[in-house]
Design a protein around this ligand. Structure first.
Ligand SMILES: Cc1cc2nc3c(=O)[nH]c(=O)nc-3n(C[C@H](O)[C@H](O)[C@H](O)COP(=O)(O)OP(=O)(O)OC[C@H]3O[C@@H](n4cnc5c(N)ncnc54)[C@H](O)[C@@H]3O)c2cc1C
Ligand SMILES: Cc1ncc(C[n+]2csc(CCOP(=O)(O)OP(=O)(O)O)c2C)c(N)n1
Length: 600
C-alpha cells in the first residue's frame, strides 16, 4: 500500500495584499463561518484531520462529535428540518464517508437541505485503492443534488458556497463536498465571497401567469376539489399562504406524511393524512375528487395506492418547484413549475378575480366528506392482552407537550401512530423519514433538531427496533448537554413487518421477535442501557404510570430522558390500504370489512 507523501505541494505565498493566505482546511472552517453555519456534526479520521485541526481555531463554529457518521448525517437532517437552515455533517474518507450514505439518501428522498463534507485521500493516490479510499462522489452521485470533488485549496470556498446555494434553493437536497487531503494541507489566498458559476442551475420560482389563470379557472369550476398538500409546503415555508388560499377557496385539505403541520390539524377544512395509513375522509377525498390541486406533493405510491386506479375522475393541477416531478406519476391538466409560496399568492389573487362574489360552497362535497368524518373517526381498540396501547401513550405525549414540541419518529408502526395521534398545528414540528423509511433516523435527528431549536421540547418517538440502530448518539446528547426525550414504543418486535406477517403471511412471524419486551429476556434492558449512557431512564408498564413519566420527562432538562413504554405486540396501524390495490379498498379497522367499496 503506498505511503502518504510527506511533502505536500504548496502554492507560492500570497503577495503583499490584504487577502489572507489560508490552508484549505482553514478555508473550510472560515467558509462555513462566513456562510453562517453555527453547528456541525461529525467524526474525524486521517483524510479529514487537517480540517479537524483547523476546527480548533474556529471562532464561532460549534462541532459536535457523534458516535457514528450515520448519526451525523441524520443530525444534520434533523437540524435542517426543524429550523429550515442547512445542516452540515463531516466525515473522513472511505468508511467514514460510506457511513454517511444512508443519511444522504434519506435527505435526497425527503428534500432535506444538508451539506456533507468528506475528506478524500491525497489526489496523487486517488484511483490506487489507497488506504481508506472510496469514490464517494461516484457513490453519492445518484443520491445527491450535486457532488463536488475539490483537489485544490483555492477551490474550497467556492465549492462550499455553491454547495450551500444548491442545497438550499429550488428543491432542497443534499450536496456532498469531497476534499482531498492535499487540498486541505495546501495554502491559497482566501477570497470571499468566492466567484463561482452554476451554468444551467436556475430554479424557477415565479410561475407562468397563463398557468395560474388556467388553474384558477379549473378550481372555480370544480365541484369536488381537494388540496393535496405535500412536504414542499414545509420546505417552501408556505404554510401561511396555504391557509389563506385554502380559506379563500373553502376546499378540503389533506396533508401527506411529509406535510403534517403544514396546515393546522384543528382547522375545520383539514381532513388529515391520505395514503396507506391515512384517515378515511382524506383518502376518499382524493379518490373521489374531480380536481386534485397538488401543492409540493409527488404522488408517492404510499398515497396513490394502485396508481392506475387512483382518483379516476380527477383533473390535476400540479405545483412543484422541480419540473421533473410534474407528470412523473400522474399526468397534470395544468402543470405549474414554481415556488409554492409564490404560486399560492398568485393563485389566491387569480381565484378571487375569477369567482368574484360567487365563491363556491361545495355543499354536497362537504356533506359527503363530513359524513365520512363522522362515520370513520381516527381511533383504536384497546389491546386484549392487558398491555398498554401505543396510541394512548403517543396521544398523551402530544397532549402534555403541546403544539410547540418537535416530534421525531423512527420508521414503522410507531411512526404511523405518531403521524396520526399527535395534533400538529405548525410546520417544522413533525420530522420523519418518509421516502427512504430509514430505521435509526429518530434519535440522531432529534439530537440535531434540539441543537437547532434549544428552546423547544424535542421528542424522539422510536421503535424498539429502530432505537437499537442508532441509540449510541445518547452519549453525544449526554456529553453535549442536548436534553432530548426518547419514548421507546417497545412492542418487542419489528412491529410494522410483524403487522404485514399477521395480515398477509398467516401470522408466520419469521424473524420479527426482538425480545425486548414484557415476556422476553429484555435483551437489551433499555432502562439499564439508557442509565449506562447517563440518561434518566424510566420504564412504564401500567396505564396509571403514563402521565407521570411524561411529566417527569418534561421537567427534566439537565440530561436526556429515555422512557421504555412496554406495549402490546398485537396493536396494529389502522386504517390501511393494502399495497397495490385501489384506495377505494381502504380498510378502517381489523375486524371491519372494507370501509368503502369491496369490489374496487
Ligand atoms: C412505513 C411508511 C408508511 C407510509 N405511509 C404513508 C401514508 O399513509 N401516507 C403518506 O402520505 N405517506 C406515507 N409514507 C411516506 C411516503 O413514502 C412519501 O414519503 C410521502 O408520501 C411523500 O410525501 P410528499 O408527496 O408530500 O412529497 P415529499 O417527499 O415531501 O416531496 C416534496 C415535493 O415538494 C417539492 N418542493 C420542495 N420545495 C418546494 C417549493 N418551495 N415549492 C414547490 N415545490 C417544492 C419537491 O420537489 C417534491 O416534489 C409512508 C412512509 C413509510 C416509511
Ligand atoms: C434500515 C431499515 N431496515 C429495514 C427496514 C424495514 N422495516 C420497516 S418498519 C420495520 C420495523 C421497525 O420496527 P420498530 O423500530 O420496532 O418499530 P415498530 O414497527 O415496532 O413500531 C422494518 C424492519 C427499514 N425500514 N429500514
Amino acid at each position: 500500500m503506498p505511503a502518504e507523501p510527506t511533502a505536500v505541494p504548496r502554492p507560492p505565498a500570497a503577495s503583499a495584499s490584504s487577502t489572507p493566505v489560508l490552508t484549505g482546511a482553514e478555508a473550510v472552517v472560515r467558509s462555513l463561518e462566513l456562510l453562517g453555519v453555527e453547528d456541525v456534526f461529525g467524526l474525524p479520521g486521517g483524510a479529514i484531520l487537517p480540517a479537524y485541526d483547523a476546527l480548533m481555531g474556529a471562532n464561532s463554529l460549534n462541532h459536535i462529535l457523534v458516535r457514528h457518521e450515520q448519526g451525523a448525517g441524520h443530525a444534520a437532517e434533523g437540524y435542517a428540518s426543524a429550523s429550515g437552515k442547512v445542516g452540515v455533517a463531516i466525515a473522513t474518507s472511505g468508511p467514514g464517508a460510506t457511513n454517511l450514505v444512508t443519511a444522504i439518501a434519506d435527505a435526497h428522498m425527503d428534500s432535506v437541505p444538508i451539506v456533507a463534507i468528506t475528506g478524500q485521500v491525497f489526489s496523487t493516490l486517488m484511483g490506487t485503492d489507497a488506504f481508506q479510499e472510496a469514490d464517494i462522489v461516484g457513490i453519492t452521485m445518484p443520491i445527491t443534488k450535486h457532488s463536488i470533488l475539490v483537489k485544490r485549496a483555492e477551490d474550497v470556498p467556492g465549492a462550499l458556497a455553491q454547495a450551500f446555494e444548491i442545497a438550499s434553493t429550488g428543491r432542497p437536497g443534499p450536496v456532498l463536498v469531497d476534499i482531498t487531503k492535499d487540498a486541505q494541507q495546501a495554502e491559497a489566498p482566501f477570497v470571499w465571497p468566492p466567484k463561482y458559476d452554476l451554468p444551467g442551475y436556475r430554479p424557477v420560482t415565479k410561475a407562468h401567469g397563463k398557468q395560474i389563470q388556467a388553474a384558477a379557472t379549473l378550481i372555480a369550476e370544480a365541484e369536488k376539489p381537494v388540496l393535496y398538500v405535500g412536504g414542499g409546503v414545509i420546505r417552501g415555508r408556505a404554510s401561511a399562504q396555504l391557509k389563506t388560499f385554502a380559506e379563500t377557496t373553502g376546499a378540503p385539505v389533506v396533508t401527506t406524511l411529509m406535510a403534517r403541520g403544514a396546515f393546522p390539524d384543528s382547522h375545520e377544512q383539514h381532513l388529515g393524512m391520505p395514503g396507506m395509513h391515512g384517515a378515511v375522509p382524506a383518502v376518499l377525498a382524493l379518490q373521489e375528487s374531480d380536481l386534485i390541486v397538488a401543492l409540493g406533493a409527488r404522488f408517492d405510491d404510499r398515497v396513490t395506492g394502485n396508481t392506475s386506479l387512483f382518483a379516476p375522475n380527477a383533473k390535476v393541477v400540479h405545483v412543484d418547484i422541480d419540473p421533473a416531478e410534474i407528470g412523473k406519476i400522474r399526468a397534470a391538466e395544468v402543470p405549474i413549475v414554481g415556488d409554492v409560496a409564490e404560486v399560492l399568492v398568485d393563485l389566491d389573487t387569480a381565484f378571487r378575480s375569477t369567482v368574484g362574489a360567487e365563491v363556491p360552497e361545495y355543499a354536497e362535497w362537504w356533506q359527503y366528506l363530513n359524513g365520512l368524518r363522522d362515520q370513520f373517526p381516527l381511533g383504536y381498540t384497546a389491546p386484549t392482552d392487558g398491555l398498554l396501547a401505543p396510541q394512548q401513550i403517543i396521544s398523551r405525549i402530544g397532549e402534555l407537550t403541546g403544539p410547540e414540541g418537535v416530534y421525531v419518529a423512527g420508521v414503522g408502526q410507531h411512526q404511523m401512530w405518531t403521524a396520526q395521534f399527535i395534533k400538529y398545528e405548525r410546520p417544522n414540528s413533525w420530522l420523519n423519514s418518509g421516502g427512504a423509511g430509514t430505521m435509526g433516523y429518530s434519535v440522531p435527528a432529534a439530537m440535531g433538531a434540539k441543537v437547532s431549536q434549544p428552546d423547544r421540547v424535542v421528542w424522539a418517538i422510536d421503535g424498539d427496533g429502530c432505537f437499537q440502530m442508532t441509540n449510541q448518539e445518547l452519549a453525544t446528547c449526554v456529553l453535549n448537554n442536548i436534553p432530548i426525550k426518547v419514548a421507546i414504543i417497545n412492542n418487542s418486535s419489528l412491529g410494522m413487518v410483524r403487522q404485514w406477517q399477521t395480515l398477509f403471511y398467516d401470522g408466520r412471524y419469521s424473524h420479527t421477535d426482538l425480545n425486548t419486551g414484557h415476556d422476553s429476556k429484555r435483551i437489551p434492558d433499555f432502562v439499564k442501557l439508557a442509565d449506562a449512557y447517563g440518561a434518566l431512564a424510566i420504564r412504564v408498564e401500567k396505564e396509571d404510570e403514563i402521565d407521570d413519566a411524561i411529566k417527569l420527562a418534561l421537567e427534566t432538562n439537565d440530561r436526556p430522558v429515555v422512557i421504555d413504554f412496554v406495549v402490546s405486540s398485537d396493536a396494529m396501524v389502522w386504517p390501511m390500504v393494502p399495497q397495490g390495490v385501489s384506495n377505494s379498498y381502504i380498510q378502517y379497522a381489523r375486524d371491519n370489512s372494507p370501509a368503502f367499496d369491496e369490489e374496487a
